[in-house]
Design a protein around this ligand. Structure first.
Ligand code: F6R
Length: 248
């Protein structure tokens, strides 16, 4: 893991957006699709804002982009404002020229009896597209990436998980109370993420400092799933001074 520390998250986010834009353009020149793994939550909001600006003001096209989102709550309606489906359209997809059929987000309404097959199909779709060229990540205070909570295996693939209690506490304000936070989610697995050719994890603020330290400096263990990133050959942590403050 390589760390890059910035004085503020806005300038850091612009740099991350620039790397994604450069990758999209490089793929266009080679007449190839660009396969992006995307995250939701507060951490990537400024990256998406900058990508939208690059589209609207600098002509960046998403015609060759295929996206796979990391996760979605279950059960969850697409139209619900708390859904990751809604989030992605609001912050990115409604404002750029990505073909609708190129957007993949786990379906929070898939029936329980179809879940296993649904998750296997999501996994194969990533592989059939050629694998993830780039994966954007945030990190939860449990050490989750995607919704791979403590206990996740390094070989895990897309599946249904049970959300950690701390994760539900952190999501409670957005849901107006913990009792409204879904107990389950569909997430890409650790192995799905680690198969990406390039990974950037972003963390902002003091409340991420402890988990960032454990992730970067601790031993690799399923107790802190983000530590599996130590085994990935091309991962950068993009941090602000708050999130980097406990690193030695
Ligand atoms: C979201 C996701 C989660 C978040 C993490 C941090 O798609 O996979 O792992 O990245 O919970 O969330 P924020 O950015 O809101 O602190």
């Amino acid at each position: 893991i390589h760390n890059l520390v910035f004085s503020n998250s806005e300038s850091a986010s612009k740099l991350v957006a620039k790397e994604i834009a450069d990758l999209i353009i490089r793929k266009q020149k080679k007449e190839q699709n660009c396969i992006l793994g995307l995250a939701t939550g507060s951490s990537p909001i400024n990256v998406y804002a900058e990508l939208v600006r690059l589209h609207q003001e600098e002509g960046l096209s998403f015609y060759n982009v295929i996206t796979f989102n990391l996760d979605e709550y279950w059960p969850m309606e697409k139209t619900n404002v708390q859904s990751y489906h809604y989030f992605m359209h609001e912050h990115l997809f409604n404002h750029v020229d990505i073909p609708k059929e190129n957007i993949n987000i786990p379906d929070g309404k898939v029936a329980q009896e179809n879940l296993l097959q649904y998750c296997l199909d999501y996994e194969s779709k990533i592989n059939q597209a050629g694998g993830l060229d780039f994966q954007l990540l945030g990190i939860g205070r449990t050490g989750h990436i995607g919704f791979n909570e403590p206990g996740s295996h390094h070989n895990s693939v897309t599946r249904m998980i049970t959300l950690d209690h701390l994760t539900r506490i952190d999501a409670a304000p957005a849901f107006h109370g913990i009792s409204n936070v879904p107990k389950k989610a569909i997430t890409m697995g650790i192995s799905t993420v680690l198969n990406a050719k390039r990974i950037i994890l972003m963390a902002w603020g003091q409340n991420k400092a402890e988990i960032v330290k454990e992730t970067v400096e601790g031993e690799v263990s399923g107790a802190v799933p983000a530590t599996y990133l130590q085994h990935h050959p091309n991962t950068t942590f993009v941090l602000d001074t708050g999130a980097a403050s406990e690193l030695t």
